[in-house]
Design a protein around this ligand. Structure first.
Ligand code: AHR
Length: 390
């Protein structure tokens, strides 16, 4: 627009100048008048050009400002367009839990298009249900629950359903309600059976005739505890082993140490197997056995079995302290994200998604065994395996 106006005025000025220049002497006054007019037009053109430039500058400023407003609007739109998620996590009791939390925070980041409200429920069932209700009030798009215990969920899940918020359960199961879209986690019963079947095969290989086991269980009522206890007890019963005692260490190192200290006093010289339902309990149990002078590990008085197979747990397998470690995979978040993306796309995700897991030992403790007729493969613990673990 500016260029067009300027061009027109300049052309007019040039034509007038040419007319003035072409005139004869006899026509001098007319030529002078034309020259004056041309000069005036040129002046006007200059002024118009200046005005056009100023207008252009103003327009550019306005355009820039408009762009900024547009960008801000787009940002606001993007923030508003993020998928909001409330995650009611069990707590922070173990290395496993830390890895699980990190997995969720990494996947459900703002950079990935999510707004994550994270609540560490500190192993408090009432606080966990409160957290879920606060997510309903917030009106989040999805709720993720890792249930501290397996029961007592139907009322609050009904509230989620009434609010139209899909619930995804991770890790531990909910056993008294199916009002959730999908569950992503581990088969704890299989983990427990794996530990039992491994012990049977390993004891046979070592010529150990009698099993007197002490179990340090996880948080009572958690599906991870129920499954591991049921699975191991099934094999123990079948094989006629003695379970001397089973007490909870609450999946913590302090709990494992406390229970093992009392076991060392009550069952001194009477046990040859200790089963800890997670690595942190095993760390505490080892401290208690060290203090009580109990020798544990392959070839020693006590076979120590653990679950989770976190980095520090596998280091203890490599160091010849834990005889076998049965993995519980905490990296569920990418699979939960798949579920959410399926829901976003209008698809129906699988009701159950099982995590892949491995059974770890050193070569001398790797034995062949099956679970319900299914042959199992054990993984040797090497430095590379440890470095790649969570
Ligand atoms: O629910 C998974 C269990 O809970 C893990 O074995 C344990 O480490 C965690 O605290």
């Amino acid at each position: 627009m500016k260029k067009k106006l300027l061009g027109t005025l300049l052309s007019a000025a040039m034509v007038m100048s040419l007319l003035a220049g072409c005139g004869s002497t006899a026509q001098q006054p007319a030529a002078d008048a034309a020259a004056d007019t041309a000069a005036a037009v040129e002046e006007t053109a200059d002024a118009a050009a200046d005005t056009a430039d100023a207008a252009a500058d103003t327009a550019a400023d306005v355009e820039e400002a408009a762009e900024k407003v547009e960008e801000a609007a787009a940002d606001a739109g993007a923030a508003g367009g993020n998928i909001s998620i409330g995650f009611a996590q069990v707590g922070h009791e173990s290395d496993w839990r830390t890895a699980s939390t990190k997995s969720c925070q990494d996947v459900f980041s703002e950079a990935n298009g999510y707004d994550l409200s994270f609540v560490d429920c500190d192993n408090d069932e009432a606080a966990q249900k409160e957290a879920v209700r606060s997510f309903i009030e917030q009106g989040v798009d999805y709720i993720i629950i890792d249930p501290i215990i397996a029961t007592g969920w139907d009322t609050v899940l009904t509230e989620c359903e009434d609010a139209g918020i899909p619930v995804i359960v991770i890790d531990r199961t909910i056993d008294d309600s199916d009002k959730y879209v999908s569950w992503v986690g581990s088969n704890f019963l299989t983990e427990g059976k794996a530990a039992g079947e491994w012990l049977k095969a390993y004891a046979e290989k070592q010529g150990i005739k009698e099993i007197n086991a002490l179990v340090i269980s996880g948080s009572t009522g958690a599906s991870a505890q129920i499954g591991r206890s049921d699975g191991f007890n099934e094999i123990a019963k079948r094989e006629g082993w003695t379970i001397l005692d089973e007490q909870t260490g609450d999946f913590t190192e302090a709990g494992g140490q406390e229970v093992m200290e009392s076991y060392c006093k009550s069952y001194e010289g009477k046990f040859n197997v200790v089963v800890c339902q997670n690595d942190n309990e095993a760390f505490g149990a080892m401290t208690a056995m060290d203090n009580a002078g109990v020798a544990y590990g392959p070839g020693k008085d006590v076979i120590l079995i653990s679950f989770d197979a976190c980095t520090a747990g596998l280091e203890d397998v490599k160091a010849g302290k834990i005889s076998a470690d049965f993995e519980c995979n905490p990296l569920a978040a990418p699979f939960v994200e798949q579920v959410i993306q399926q829901l976003q796309g209008g698809e129906t995700p699988d009701k159950e998604v099982f995590m892949e897991e491995h059974w770890y030992a050193l070569p001398d403790q790797i034995v062949e065994f099956s679970i319900d007729g299914e042959p199992q493969k054990m993984t040797e613990v090497t430095d590379e395996v440890i470095a790649a673990q969570y």
